[in-house]
Design a protein around this ligand. Structure first.
Ligand code: LLP
Length: 380
């Protein structure tokens, strides 16, 4: 990291490495392109920085949006409307209308009531709404409980037993066209077994649909969830896309002409980002040394919210010695701690600290608590 550039930018801020982003996108294209029916819709919720979105759009990828505001940001960034899908458990009427006006490809629908609302709004507008059903596959994922989504206890999607009746209802609606099935089992998944289990479940469900006379749908969307290596960002800057895509290529029994959609977020943008902060004070008591920063959980909430780990580096210390620090923020809350007893080069007031692997769910989850301004992100 070249710190000379950083000194002119007020901290805390997010630094995004354009070169790594582009390398990652290139690998995705190569690996995904091994089958010509595969398409990536970047899960925009991971990072909606305008410059980042522009680069991803320029590579020709689509976007997976979960709000009307995300759809607007994507259109502005240059994503083609027919490559935008709209998911989310509670789409408001204005968001549905906006999506239809923009001309997105389809909605991922999570309930019969939502289908009825979409049908009604599309009817009023004199258009047809393409929809996929988000099915809750009841497949667990080996990840943090707060970020698994595919279990029956989670609020997401349509229960497996309701799939066929819901598909029938959709097919009977005048202004709705059923085009696919959608799944997402969770995030930060590093074990391919979980994706294999999802593929096996999808095979079963496709058989059920055919047996029920519903036939073959145009799209199968397996969601996102591929994790990144938070512990070794330099050794593993690019996730194992080859294995990930292969798992689905080999595990899924797709029907002739069916399109396979992926909705990766974290794996696309996670490793390119770092939160850069400055040490304001170093405080010592009888048992601890605290490196107190100008960034807190308002800037990067993942450690406080999920107990998540981000590698911490002192990027300006020239000391050959090391010491152990609790690296903490300025917020008056005990959870405003990034790491405890963490070995760093001897750290002093004014040093710059980098939190690595913060390109996904970092800047976008920032808050204005304590009237703090939101951190800015720079694609450099
Ligand atoms: N598709 C759906 C329907 C999703 O709900 C999500 C993420 C994705 C795709 C993208 O998943 P990814 O490829 O990024 O794993 N804030 C949490 C992560 C929440 C993920 C929510 N849904 C975190 O910081 O770990």
């Amino acid at each position: 990291m070249k710190t000379d550039k950083f000194r002119e930018i007020p901290t805390p801020f997010y630094y995004y490495d354009r070169e790594l982003l582009e390398k990652t996108l290139t690998v995705i294209k190569e690996e995904m392109g091994k089958a010509d029916n595969c398409h990536l819709h970047y899960a925009v919720k991971a990072n909606t920085n305008a410059d980042v979105l522009k680069v991803i759009a320029q590579y020709g990828f689509g976007a997976d949006c979960v709000s009307g505001w995300e759809i607007e940001s994507c259109v502005k960034a240059g994503f083609e409307p027919h490559k935008i899908v709209f998911a989310g458990v509670a789409k408001s009427d204005w968001e549905i209308q906006l999506a239809l006006e923009v001309g997105i490809d389809h909605f991922n629908v999570e309930s019969v009531q939502e289908l009825e609302v979409i049908d009604e709004i599309a009817g009023r507008m004199g258009v047809e709404a393409r929809v996929a059903l988000r099915i809750n596959p009841n497949v667990g994922a080996h990840t943090h409980a707060n970020i698994t989504t595919g279990l029956a206890e989670n609020k997401f999607g349509i229960d497996i037993v309701d799939m066929v009746p819901t598909a029938r209802e959709a097919m009977a609606m005048e202004h709705v066209r059923l085009v696919g099935l959608h799944f997402h089992i969770g995030s930060q998944i590093t074990e391919m077994d979980d994706f294999e289990a999802l593929a096996a479940k999808i095979n079963e469900l496709q058989d059920q649909l055919e047996a029920a006379g519903i036939g073959t749908l145009e799209n199968i969307n397996v969601g996102g969830g591929l994790g990144i290596d938070y512990y070794n960002p330099d050794e593993n800057p690019i996730p194992d896309f080859a294995n990930y895509f292969k798992t689905y290529r080999e595990g899924l029994r797709l029907r002739k002409g069916q399109r396979l959609h992926f909705e990766l977020g974290r794996a696309v943008v996670g490793q390119m980002g770092s939160l850069i902060a400055k040490v304001i004070y170093v405080k010592t008591n009888k048992i601890k040394k605290f490196a107190i920063l100008d960034a807190g959980f308002t800037d990067l909430i993942r450690p406080a919210l999920y107990g998540a780990y981000h590698k911490v580096e002192n990027i300006t210390s020239e000391s050959g010695e090391t010491d152990k620090y609790d690296v903490v923020g300025p917020i008056c809350e005990s959870t405003d701690v990034f790491v405890k007893d963490y070995e760093l080069p001897t750290t002093k007031r004014g040093d710059y600290i980098a939190f690595r692997s913060a390109g996904a769910y970092g800047e976008i989850m920032a808050s204005g608590y304590n009237c703090r301004p939101l951190p800015k992100g720079y694609l450099l």
